[in-house]
Design a protein around this ligand. Structure first.
Ligand SMILES: Cc1cc2nc3c(=O)[nH]c(=O)nc-3n(C[C@H](O)[C@H](O)[C@H](O)COP(=O)(O)OP(=O)(O)OC[C@H]3O[C@@H](n4cnc5c(N)ncnc54)[C@H](O)[C@@H]3O)c2cc1C
Length: 271
């Protein structure tokens, strides 16, 4: 289908982008990689009055090591994150996850900031951001990830607010992202990320609720010495996932338990 009519402006700075968003009003949207927004516009599920294109803002396309932090610019494409030697060295789980997003076309266009701002329940980066206590930096403030994702497709962003960076902690320990899907390039039916960090585990779940979930009960069980199989049984303790065309709520809870065990085992080099 063809999108409804909209105005278009290309920003040359973050400040100009924010001003344009204010000028066009709350129905205006930022255009980054366009790989979530344009399909929704073509289906007319989204009908923004105006698009503010930020693809010219090259200073938002960066990966920087900053002490024990890794700063990823909002306009950094998935393929850049996947192939970055800095990411592979400082937060290899992020490089692994980037390589699991969609297909080559999606990875060549889609951006870190787009996935974070879009807040799809099946988005992969939000899980990592939440479980590692990342910060979402905007043109106005810094928002901890656990305050950023409010609901399905709903974030703490104001209408004229632009994500500029996502700041992750460095984490180089055992890690694994297990993404369960029917075809290689599909979104996750359920995903589980496991990262060993500061002597404990961080476990995050994708697509088992309207926002990403940190599986703290699993983390605590592991901390108390439970084996992965036993700890993973807690992965569904607090879950109340919605069913969809691909999986019922019960099946998603089952997957959360099975994939959590698999993620921890594979992170530690077991099958
Ligand atoms: C076939 C297909 C498969 C996919 N599979 C996956 C997958 O497995 N995992 C996954 O995580 N994603 C997947 N995606 C989504 C893909 O990663 C998108 O690129 C991503 O969701 C949005 O990023 P974008 O840069 O394309 O943003 P856009 O589509 O341009 O924007 C998405 C939303 O975010 C807002 N936005 C974008 N950037 C900013 C910013 N800097 N500040 C404020 N708001 C902003 C826009 O206004 C819009 O509302 C898939 C997409 C397709 C088409």
């Amino acid at each position: 289908m063809i999108p409804a009519a909209f105005e278009y402006a290309r920003a040359s700075s973050v400040e100009e982008a924010s001003n344009l968003l204010s000028k066009f009003g709350e129905d205006a949207k930022v255009l980054a990689g366009g790989h979530s927004l344009i399909p929704l516009m073509r289906l007319r599920l989204a009908q923004p009055s105006a698009l503010v294109d930020i693809n010219g803002l090259k200073d938002l396309d960066h990966i920087k090591e900053d002490g024990r932090k890794l700063r990823v610019g909002a306009l950094t494409r998935h393929v850049t994150i996947q192939n970055s030697s800095t990411v592979k060295e400082k937060l290899p789980l992020l490089a692994e996850i980037a390589g699991e997003v969609g297909d080559n076309q999606v990875r060549n266009m889609g951006t870190m900031g787009g996935v974070i701002a879009h807040a799809d329940a099946a988005g992969d980066y939000p899980t990592l951001a939440l479980m590692l206590d990342a910060d979402i930096v905007t043109n106005q403030r810094t928002i901890p990830a656990n305050e950023f994702f409010k609901d399905l497709f709903t974030t703490a962003l104001a209408p004229d607010e632009i994500v500029t960076e996502v700041v992750f902690p460095v984490a180089t320990g055992a890690h694994k992202y297990v993404k369960f899907r029917r075809r290689l390039f599909d979104w996750a039916i359920v995903g589980v990320a496991a990262q060993k960090m500061n002597g404990g585990w961080r476990i995050g779940l994708t697509n088992v609720g309207p926002t990403p979930v940190r599986a703290t009960a699993v983390e605590e069980a592991l901390h108390k010495g439970a084996q992965p199989e036993e700890a993973a049984q807690h992965a569904s303790d607090e879950l109340d996932p919605a069913g969809d065309l691909r999986a019922s709520p019960e099946y998603k809870k089952h997957l959360a338990r099975v994939l959590t065990k698999r993620a921890i085992n594979q992170a530690e080099g077991r099958q």
